[in-house]
Write a protein that binds this ligand. Structure first.
Ligand code: 26W
Length: 822
């Protein structure tokens, strides 16, 4: 076993120093004595970019030489985080760069902190896309990520008197060293206008006269595979005004109006919608979706035609398009439009191609997240696409549905892409299922529910279409790069290629009972906690002890994720401690990280409540420091990378049936945290892998939640009969945590009682509290805890995103790997 990094550095520290200095002087226009940390970070990134670009060129040559089949991953979100550390690790340049910088009087860790996160996503779905790109490149699979080059990614979160304040994110205010603009590949995207029917030949021809044309300019971000693998690209589209349409206005003295048009065009890629799991139905959002899908489909077609001209027979052999949720579903009618209107293909042939090319991943069952657009809006923005959707729907209902359920009008209404009602709607989920050859959920239980509850009739119609691909995470970022101490310890005990073959972590099971290994493992955890303690202090001024148990809940703020269940339990502990200062518990730090959608008032109130409760508890000398609560501001990928290695407990407490998969659960367990969780999403598979003894599973199951709903759930049953529940809810309603402002936290109790407690917080409270007792007891037994922590790390191999990608390849994409020639 050898450290891979020592084996493979492709450059000496000395040569690298030369490159860094050259960029500092030659591209940054500064010099060693004067350069800011920003300038050093940039110069280092540009130096590394030389290696990245060489890999990119080789990969592209290889792909064109072999005319490779590729997957095109269409996603509104790519939550990339920072790239320098990741690229250094994947290129085996990390240690040599550290040494090179040291010689220049610079510290690599400090420079890494200069990089703004590329936060072009909300949460799980966006981060999944980023992990998948890492795996695709690492596995030498031809792939292009397509998305939007947002000027502003997810908002920056601040707290003012405990309340969330949003500020715009400006990740590329001063340019970004990783992206390359490709003006030569710009595309035109049409919008609005009307459709003319021309009766010339045998079949009438539809002509779309667009009202506006927008330019889509691509920015390419190289995606570096691990260990000398391929470098793929992430292509992000920026909207610009087309530079020919406004000259008349301009010359007629309409300079200001021309600017307004330009501003309008540029609005499209201006900002990421910060809603996670609620469809706001906004016109600009539909335009964003169409904008990037149209540009991407045009780019895919251009790449194909460069090699094959007008011969479309190979198209489905070379092109796979994956829809990351329904957000890019408009790509289906767009490809139909291009094939039929621009290339005169017969409807049947075009549809055959679409169904072979597209596949769709479902990420949620929450009804409020299932996208629907009014027919009225479609007619206005995309009139030709509405026509095409009607045609698709007509064929589908009269051929397929009628054949399966002859004369069944109720079934037709149920399966129709168009929802009838007082306002007619286009159902994007139905469009995605009908237009795809495969549809997958993201964890086993979720895929089962997609089949039985969300799309049961589609499942009956096409029993082979609905399938499962359990999510995964890249071990390069989420263990090797973010937890160097644990990675180094692992390197000492198993083959150093575990970042490629994560199942090899199983080799650590044999060490789980070894006292020395336990000690080393927990020493790493403790050092990581010491680092996080410093970071917590830097960010909040709060002092916590690294000897306490670190209990971590990090994810978007949502009722179904039940941060308020965690909060109620914290209140119960606080109350027990006040009642009895001798109350026996291991000192615990409850850590939160969460952004709330700006319009989601209850979620913002929960953040406020956590901050107010934290303030009171952290300053209460009566409880002897046994309890601390910290909500770190501005949770994002780079903060997750600091919190996860220091976590002892991973909170995964969603209402069963609501969390499609979760991926934070995988990251935390991989880094040796023990899960306290419900039987929901990937928790089930995590518990299967780790073993029930090494997790704390509690609460209602999916079937029990259904049964409870069927017999009628009444949260007052718990409020009235459980003294502790009643006490903590009433406490929240007093002014104890918000002096002088009684009722400031009332919305939470209100939602849990009068609101009916839709996410069964009160029903699960007692089971959760009992499970937390078990956590406490186990933590006192240091050996038992260390053993479980090790077993968690050792058994997470399944959740390597390389495995997820291999599942997509085997079941859906059928790609071949092409290591680059060089
Ligand atoms: C229309 C608004 C909207 C925006 C984003 C609706 C839904 C979304 C996403 C689907 C939300 C999301 O990120 N879902 C998460 O996807 C992860 C990756 O599969 C899963 O692990 C999470 O369980 C799921 O909540």
């Amino acid at each position: 076993t050898k450290a891979a990094s020592a084996r493979k550095a492709p450059v000496t520290a000395k040569a690298l120093q030369g490159k860094i200095i050259q960029h500092l002087r030659g591209t940054q226009g500064t010099y060693e004595e004067k350069a800011t940390p920003q300038a050093w970070w940039r110069a280092t990134s540009f130096a590394v970019n030389e290696f990245v670009m060489a890999g990119l060129t080789d990969t592209q040559k290889t792909h064109s030489r072999y005319d490779t089949r590729a997957v095109n991953y269409l996603s509104m979100e790519f939550l990339m985080g920072r790239l320098l550390s990741n690229n250094l690790h994947n290129l085996h340049l990390f240690d040599v760069t550290r040494a090179a910088l040291e010689g220049l009087g610079q510290n690599l860790d400090d420079l890494l902190e200069e990089e703004p996160d590329m936060a072009l996503g909300n949460g799980g779905l966006g981060r999944l896309a980023a992990c998948f790109l890492d795996s695709l490149a690492t596995m030498n699979l031809p792939a292009v990520g397509y998305g939007i080059h947002y000027e502003h990614g997810l908002f920056e979160q601040h707290f003012r008197d405990g309340r969330q304040i949003e500020r715009p994110d400006a990740w590329r205010e001063y340019g970004n060293p990783w992206e390359v603009c490709r003006p030569e590949s710009a595309q035109q995207v049409k919008l609005y206008g009307y459709v003319e029917t021309r009766y010339e030949g045998a079949t009438p021809k539809k002509v779309w006269h667009a009202g506006r044309t927008i330019k889509a300019v691509p920015w390419d971000i190289p995606i570096v595979g691990y260990d000398g693998a391929n470098v793929n690209i992430l292509r992000l589209w920026e909207s610009r005004a087309t530079n020919f349409f406004d000259w008349d206005v301009f010359n007629a003295g309409g300079y200001v109006d021309a600017q307004a048009e330009q501003a309008q065009a540029e609005t499209i890629s201006k900002v990421l919608y910060p809603n996670d799991e609620t469809d706001a139905g906004k016109e600009l959002r539909l335009i964003q979706q169409y904008f990037f899908c149209a540009a991407s489909v045009a780019d895919i077609v251009r790449r194909y035609r460069r090699a094959h001209g007008d011969d479309w027979t190979s198209f489905p052999k070379l092109v796979a398009i994956q829809l990351n949720d329904t957000h890019p579903a408009i790509a289906i009618p767009e490809l139909m439009r291009v094939l039929i209107d621009d290339y005169d293909m017969a409807w049947k042939d075009a549809w055959g191609i679409c169904q072979q090319v597209f596949s769709y991943t479902n990420h949620t069952l929450l009804p409020e997240a299932l996208e629907k657009w009014t027919v009225r809006l479609f007619e206005k923005v995309l009139p030709r696409h509405l026509d095409i959707i009607y045609d698709i729907n007509h064929q589908f209902l009269t051929q397929q549905v009628d054949a399966q359920w002859p004369g069944d009008d109720a079934m037709k209404q149920h399966l129709s892409i168009i929802e009838e009602g007082h306002e007619r709607m286009v159902r994007m989920g139905h469009l995605s299922v009908v237009g795809s050859h495969k549809v997958n959920g993201v964890a086993q239980v979720h895929s089962d529910l997609v089949r039985t509850d969300l799309f049961p009739e589609f499942h009956e119609l096409w029993p082979e279409k609905l399938t499962n691909v359990t999510n995964g995470i890249t071990p390069r970022r989420w263990l090797k790069a973010c937890n160097p101490r644990l990675a180094a310890l692992i390197d000492q005990h198993i083959d150093a290629d575990w970042p490629l073959h994560l199942d090899k972590l199983k080799g650590l099971i044999a060490k789980a009972d070894d006292a020395k290994f336990q000690q080393a493992f927990m020493a790493v955890k403790r050092e990581n906690k010491v680092d996080l303690v410093a970071e917590i202090h830097r960010l909040t001024g709060i002092e916590v002890s690294p000897d306490a148990l670190f209990d971590v809940q990090i994810k978007r703020l949502h009722e179904y994720k039940r941060q308020h269940l965690n909060l109620l339990h914290i209140l119960a502990l606080y109350r027990r401690l006040l009642d009895n200062p001798e109350y026996n518990m291991v000192p615990r730090v409850f850590l939160f990280g969460a952004k709330a959608a700006p319009g989601y008032h209850l979620a913002k109130d929960i953040i406020f409540a956590i901050n107010k409760v934290a303030e009171r508890i952290n300053n209460d000398s009566r409880i002897g420091g046994k309890l601390k609560v910290v909500m770190l501001p501005n949770y994002r990928v780079s903060l997750a990378e600091k919190m996860i290695p220091a976590a002892d407990v991973s909170e995964q407490i969603s209402t069963a049936g609501k969390e499609a998969s979760g991926t934070g659960n995988m990251k935390l367990a991989l880094n040796g945290a023990l899960t306290i969780g419900t039987l929901d999403g990937a928790n089930i598979e995590i518990a299967e892998e780790a073993g029930a003894d090494h997790c704390f599973i509690f609460g209602l199951t999916v079937d029990e939640v259904k049964a409870l709903n069927a017999r009628g759930y009444n949260p007052y049953d718990f409020y009235d009969h459980d003294e502790e529940i009643r006490a903590v809810l009433d406490w929240l309603d007093s002014d104890y945590f918000t002096p002088g402002q009684p009722g400031a936290l009332a919305s939470i109790k209100h939602s849990l009682l009068q609101g009916g407690d839709p996410y069964k917080v009160l029903a699960d409270f007692r089971a959760y509290s009992d499970a937390q007792r078990n956590v406490d007891e186990k933590y006192r037994d240091g050996t038992a805890w260390a053993r479980s922590a090790i077993i968690n790390t050792a058994t997470m191999g399944k959740f390597n995103s390389d495995r997820s990608i291999q599942d997509y390849v085997d079941r859906i994409w059928h790609l071949k790997a092409y290591p680059r020639d060089n």
